[in-house]
Write a protein that binds this ligand. Structure first.
Ligand SMILES: Cc1cc2nc3c(=O)[nH]c(=O)nc-3n(C[C@H](O)[C@H](O)[C@H](O)COP(=O)(O)OP(=O)(O)OC[C@H]3O[C@@H](n4cnc5c(N)ncnc54)[C@H](O)[C@@H]3O)c2cc1C
Ligand code: SF4
Length: 327
């Protein structure tokens, strides 16, 4: 680990001033950041600890917009009674992420900013364009079972690993961002960048900026929603495939639908083709499977991960049926 200075911010203003210094990085719950620094995958000259700012640690579920402060602990959002009743997909995505100990420390803002778990990125020595630009991609000739099917490029095929981000992608979500020079709001759909020519840059966050909150438009789609995650172990594992489905039903017909996918894409992935396959139709096992088929049109499997297409089709279908049965 490289030497660094540590600053525990006492106010958001102080955090923004400190974050503006060259080489500064943000520390929230630290469950990802400390690992990255230990592996020399991040080497900030100063670490600005924002983890003790109460104004960023509240959830507001009243009114037309749900507001999650960036420092809300994953465990707290996972147990929020209003979310469990009106937006079950959101807390379910958190309940199935990491472990209870990690969720007690990790924050919602840190969760959307976690970096890939691609082993070639994390081991610190393999060729990896995401770690060292233009060094190559070891996954292209190596193990690619857990890599992505969507949003990949010739330079990088890594998955975005987060569960919460996958669930957020199914809703109308925005990210509130502050810096020493002002504030801005970015649609969550634009927050994570396509890999393009530079897979190192993963989000629109600029140096010195801090995510202060995540907002979700209140919607009747939330009630009949679910997050279904399939993984190698039943706990403490990232998704092989996951799906969020949120439905508005008219009897047994689908009036409106939202579908997003996890474990299969370079960033939180909305599946509008699956939504179109559901809307206006009676929801049966057959239509649910058609939506699953539609979700994976355009998938680009690698050597070892084509199994995710059939698995994902079934995950989407099952999630749609489970969501429709919510009261
Ligand atoms: C063993 C293990 C298993 C895990 N399993 C899962 C899983 O199954 N599903 C899942 O979704 N996640 C999983 N995680 C990831 C975990 O959820 C994240 O580490 C956590 O959410 C990150 O939050 P944090 O507050 O600890 O962020 P930190 O580690 O403090 O920060 C993470 C990154 O975000 C930046 N950052 C944090 N907050 C802000 C902010 N407000 N503004 C700007 N930048 C910020 C930091 O600079 C850093 O780059 C796992 C982690 C571990 C270690
Ligand atoms: S898939 Fe991406 S993160 Fe993994 S080795 Fe290739 S470039 Fe690096």
């Amino acid at each position: 680990m490289q030497p660094f200075t540590y600053v525990r911010a006492q106010s958001l203003n102080e955090a923004l001033q400190q974050a503006a210094q060259p080489g500064a990085a943000i520390l929230a719950g630290g469950t990802t950041m400390i690992d990255l620094m230990r592996g020399d995958l991040a080497a900030p000259s100063s670490l600005v600890d924002i983890g003790h700012l109460p104004e960023l640690a509240t959830i507001d579920t009243d009114g037309p917009v749900l507001r999650f402060g960036a420092l809300v602990r994953m465990a707290d959002a996972a147990e929020n009674p209003t979310l469990l009743r009106d937006y079950p997909a959101l807390p379910e995505s958190l309940q199935q992420a990491a472990s209870q100990q990690l969720r007690n420390a990790a924050t919602l803002g840190g969760n959307i900013l976690q970096r890939t778990r691609c082993p070639y990125f994390r081991n610190g020595v393999s060729a990896c364009n995401k770690r060292v630009p233009n060094s190559g991609c070891s996954a292209l000739d190596g193990e690619d079972r857990e890599m992505a099917l969507f949003g990949t490029s010739d330079l990088c095929v890594a998955n975005y690993p987060g569960d919460w981000g996958t669930a957020l992608a199914a809703f109308d979500t925005d990210v509130e961002i502050s810096s020493a020079t002002g504030r801005r709001t970015v649609p969550f759909a634009d927050f994570h960048l396509p890999y393009g020519d530079d897979p190192v840059v993963e989000t629109v966050l600029r140096p010195g900026e801090i995510v202060t909150a995540i907002t979700v438009q209140a919607t009747p789609l939330g009630r009949k929603s679910t997050y279904l995650k399939v993984r190698d172990r039943q706990s403490y594992a990232y998704a092989l495939v996951s799906a969020t489905v949120a439905l508005e039903m008219d009897g047994d017909h689908v009036r409106a639908a939202r579908v997003s996918l996890g474990g299969v894409a370079s960033r939180p992935w909305r599946a509008p083709e699956a939504e179109a396959a559901l809307v206006g139709r009676q929801l049966t096992q057959a239509t649910a499977l058609e939506a699953g088929d539609a979700a994976f049109v355009g998938a680009r499997p690698l050597r070892q991960n084509a199994f995710k297409v059939e698995l994902g089709r079934r995950v989407v279908a099952r999630a749609a049926l489970l969501a429709s049965r919510r009261i």
